[in-house]
Design a protein around this ligand. Structure first.
Ligand code: FAD
Length: 551
């Protein structure tokens, strides 16, 4: 924990040194003494302290300073640290002005220069200042800070990104005084939110995921340019591949566009994964898998989007969004699927401002006491309903089908039936999302042709998913929806796919390009489950070994 600061500002270097020396002698063990020689310099120092999340216990300012006098300084300093206690240093002749200042800027004390001996004249005053400050109970914030607004989609995206990467942060709204103070200290405009402030006090205005990742210590750059194995995608299949690849001695790098865990990482409770009889949250499972992969030596790149796959002789080359590349002997594609978006009018505009895809766990506290709507009738929607029922006043599942029984596991239906504040509206769809700068209501369209508007600020959408594999167009064979064909499915009447160069059939999880394997949800005809994704990730590594033996 950093020590609270005692700040002294005086334009006379001799006086300034003497105050700082006296303060250090008595308070140095428990406090950090910061010295400035002008009001401006002191304000700059305070802005830095604010961004770093440090505390300022007391400020001692000289009254007579050129450009900005002590009262003017304290007035501005109060905007940054309203709880810090304040004292004004004056010469005898300025006593009257100083006394008036006590009313003007709520100065706690004024000190007459010279203050010798400090034991009598300085320390009792500073003791009192520190005691009053302590009583207010302020604590230092040494986490990453995000300053933003509840209805700002980029703010939501930044919070979600950090949460999904298990990076702790503290959130400040620009509607609150401390949020505004941080915004001022960062010299940022409300249009530039979110402002992400690193633990060493560096403000990033409206940063990209990659900028946030680099600033908070996530690995974004590869250590080398050639590997044995590149795994694209950090969901269960990719993590499975990374654990098995690295543990079996392959130089392995995993590249993840957003945050490890994929869809599973967003699940509030996975109840059917082997070995977890009481269920496990996606975040926990992801954290364990990520640590396991790193322990075995896998490199994990975050916030890196793979946009192309190229074949150069025996090298398989992967290109990133910024144009840089890495290559390997073999590649495992584990890019899973992404949520389909709701086409109803208003949904696109209000995404991140009341309309969310996936569980958006960061929103849970905001749902307290409100009515939440969830669209979808599959397990993912059911899990979300169970999760949000613990926070919201009510949760309504909006389901297009006749009943949940055709689309949701029996155990989940039973759980939902036992929760009093969960309601199910079958044969219903969302026809419109309404609201100016955030979601305020939705229109429900019923199968009998009737419609109704209901008030809500939270709509969570789980209506299936699609593989986003356009970047693989013309490289590997895909089905009409974009899922990647592998193994026996690539053979037509026993004939190998065109362009296939090897004197054997593709291995079971191998794509139409030798040495490029596919695991998990992105594979055509795969079972969409955590267990099967992990299993395929492991199995793909075994096939990579077989492929490498042939080279
Ligand atoms: C809310 C929810 C709850 C679920 N609950 C269960 C459950 O209880 N039990 C169960 O068995 N299954 C459950 N599932 C299904 C299960 O999560 C998926 O089947 C599983 O996550 C698939 O794993 P995957 O690794 O193939 O793909 P994904 O989990 O989709 O991961 C793919 C990863 O690849 C990344 N990626 C994509 N494209 C690129 C690119 N070009 N460059 C870099 N990275 C990229 C993505 O960002 C993502 O992180 C649930 C799914 C959801 C959404």
């Amino acid at each position: 924990m950093t020590k609270p600061v005692l700040l002294t500002v005086d334009d006379d270097p001799g006086v300034s040194r003497a105050v700082a020396r006296d303060l250090r002698r008595r308070y140095g063990e428990g406090h950090r003494v910061v010295r400035a020689s002008s009001g401006k310099e002191a304000l700059d120092a305070l802005k830095e302290l604010k961004l770093r999340g440090e505390q300022v216990a007391a400020m001692l300012a000289d009254y007579r300073m050129p450009e900005m006098n002590g009262i003017e300084f304290l007035e501005q300093a109060m905007d940054l640290f309203p709880r810090a206690r304040r004292a004004l240093l004056t010469a005898y002749a300025d006593t009257d002005a100083a006394i008036q200042a006590i009313n003007l800027v709520d100065v706690d004390h004024y000190l007459l220069k010279p203050w010798d001996p400090p034991e009598e004249k300085l320390y009792p005053v500073v003791d009192a200042l520190i005691e009053t400050w302590r009583a207010a109970g302020e604590t230092a914030v040494d986490e990453i800070k995000i300053v933003g607004h509840r209805w700002s989609a980029p703010t939501f995206a930044a919070r979600d990104f950090l949460a999904r990467n298990a990076v702790p942060y503290r959130y400040y709204s620009i509607d609150e005084p401390e949020g505004r103070r941080l915004l001022d200290a960062a010299a940022a405009d409300p249009a530039e939110i979110p402002v992400v402030i690193t633990t060493d006090g560096r403000p990033l205005l409206a940063p990209s995921d990659a900028e946030i990742a680099a600033a908070v210590g996530l690995t974004v750059d590869p250590a080398t340019d050639f590997y044995d194995l590149i795994v694209v995608g950090g969901g269960p299949a990719g993590l499975g591949s990374a654990v098995y690849g690295a543990s079996e001695g392959l130089r392995t790098v995993l590249v993840e566009r957003q945050a490890a865990g994929g869809q599973a990482g967003q699940s509030s409770r996975i109840e059917n994964y082997l070995g977890f009889p009481d269920g496990v949250s996606g975040a926990q499972l992801t954290d364990r898998a990520r640590r396991q992969a790193v322990k075995f030596g896998a490199e994990m790149l975050t916030a890196r989007d793979v946009v192309a796959l190229e074949v150069h002789g025996s090298a398989r080359v992967v290109r990133f969004g910024d144009g840089s590349r890495i290559a390997a002997h073999a590649v495992i594609l584990a890019t899973g699927v992404s949520y389909r978006s709701l086409a109803a009018p208003g949904c696109h505009e209000l995404t991140g401002r009341g309309v969310y895809y996936g569980s958006a766990n960061t929103e849970a506290p905001e749902c307290a006491g409100t009515d939440v709507y969830i669209v979808g009738g599959a397990n993912s929607a059911g899990q979300a309903a169970v999760f949000f029922s613990k926070h919201a006043r009510s949760v309504t599942l909006v389901v297009r089908g006749e009943s949940l029984h055709t689309s949701m596991s029996h155990y989940l239906i039973q759980q939902l039936e036992a929760i009093a504040n969960v309601h199910v509206r079958t044969r219903t769809t969302v026809g419109q999302a309404c609201g100016d700068d955030h979601l305020e209501s939705i229109r429900l369209d019923h199968a009998d042709g009737t419609t109704e508007f209901v008030d809500t600020g939270h709509l969570f959408v789980f209506i299936g998913a699609l593989p986003r594999t356009d970047w693989l167009d013309g490289v590997v064979r895909r089905d009409e929806r974009g899922f990647v064909w592998t193994g026996p499915d690539l053979l037509t009447d026993g004939r190998r796919p065109s362009g296939w160069t090897l004197d054997r059939d593709p291995f079971y999880l191998e794509s139409s390009v030798p040495g490029v394997f596919v695991a998990g949800d992105v594979r055509a005809q795969s079972v969409k489950r955590v267990a099967s994704a992990v299993g395929e990730g492991a199995m793909a590594v075994t096939l990579v070994h077989r492929y490498l033996e042939e080279q």
